[in-house]
Design a protein around this ligand. Structure first.
Ligand code: AMP
Length: 114
């Protein structure tokens, strides 16, 4: 997708602050962090929203969580605790239409989320 900012990161046209990368996934620091640690775990395949997932994506979605766990570990947050969030569509707060798992840590989290 030529006009997708996360696809531009995957293609290397925009350089994020990357904390993890492999052949399927890239993870980088959010430009507008909502917690002391705020990383986005992004599949390299362009998938607009959770609604666009199909059965074949199940391993990839599982991988996003494994990478979230790894990033939390490498940032020293795994035992302390972290929150993972994936917004779907505008009313839920999605602003970039290429799925991504937010991984937030380093402060007390409230529930319910706003
Ligand atoms: P969402 O609102 O759930 O779609 O999350 C999109 C996230 O992408 C927001 O938290 C933004 O701060 C973040 N974001 C947007 N542009 C960039 C960028 N260039 N580098 C890093 N994070 C970004």
């Amino acid at each position: 997708m030529t006009d997708c900012i996360f696809c531009k990161m995957v293609a290397g046209e925009i350089k994020p602050d990357t904390v993890y990368e492999d052949e399927e996934v890239i993870a980088f620091r959010d430009i507008n962090p909502q917690a002391p640690m705020h990383v986005l775990v992004v599949p390299k395949e362009h998938i607009s929203t959770i609604n666009d997932l199909d059965e074949a994506h199940a391993p990839l979605v599982g991988k996003l969580y494994l990478v979230a766990r790894q990033v939390a570990r490498q940032e020293g947050m795994a035992e302390r605790g972290y929150r993972t969030v994936m917004n779907c569509n505008e009313e839920a707060g999605q602003s970039v239409f290429h799925i991504h798992l937010h991984v937030l840590a380093g402060r007390d989290m409230r529930w319910p989320p706003g």
